[in-house]
Design a protein around this ligand. Sequence first.
Ligand code: MD6
Ligand code: FE
Length: 199
Amino acid sequence: MAPGAALLRGRALVLEADILAALESVVEAAPFRHMTTPGGFLMSAAMTSCGTAGWVTDRTGYRYDRCDPETGKPWPAMPESFRRLAREAAADAGYAGFATDSCLINRYLPGARLSLHQDKNERDFTQPIVSVSLGLPATFQFGGAKRADPVARYPMRHGDIAVWGGPSRLFHHGVLAIKDGEHTKLGRQRINLTFRAAL
Ligand code: MD6
Ligand code: FE
């Protein structure tokens, strides 16, 4: 995709059953919610997290928090299958020893999107981002260091994993509006797992 970035087609499928079962228990403990951006907009993707830290946004800004603001309790623990998939995919992309402490889980219903942004709330930019696509297909946008840089589009299907780090760690990325459809395992939604080393 770019220097330091790789697209691993179907890479999550080896752990598919474990990942889908673990996803269900995480979402039961910390349900999806629509969060508000600092600018006051409701995000069209619903989110939750697991791991030591969860990504949150509200009127005061974007940050990582050890507790779910909805419950005041720690986020659900990172399932072992999640941790393993993130570590193995990162290694495949050239980032051995990726130790994730945070998985942001996004749920996109048809029509939901994510505008072009950088992931820059993490403490350690030497660690990559590992992004797992599940369910309905999506078009992933991957640009450059500057917002105005040219943007390439990649179709992301169930089981595909994008990894970006090193020279592309702070590159802009986003997701175009999800088209309606029905996925055999996940129904009418796209789920994205984004693993980070946050704290
Ligand atoms: C995706 N998600 O859903 C990529 N980044 O394919 C993200 O890049 C992302 O959903 C930061 C915060 C929330 C996100
Ligand atoms: Fe992002």
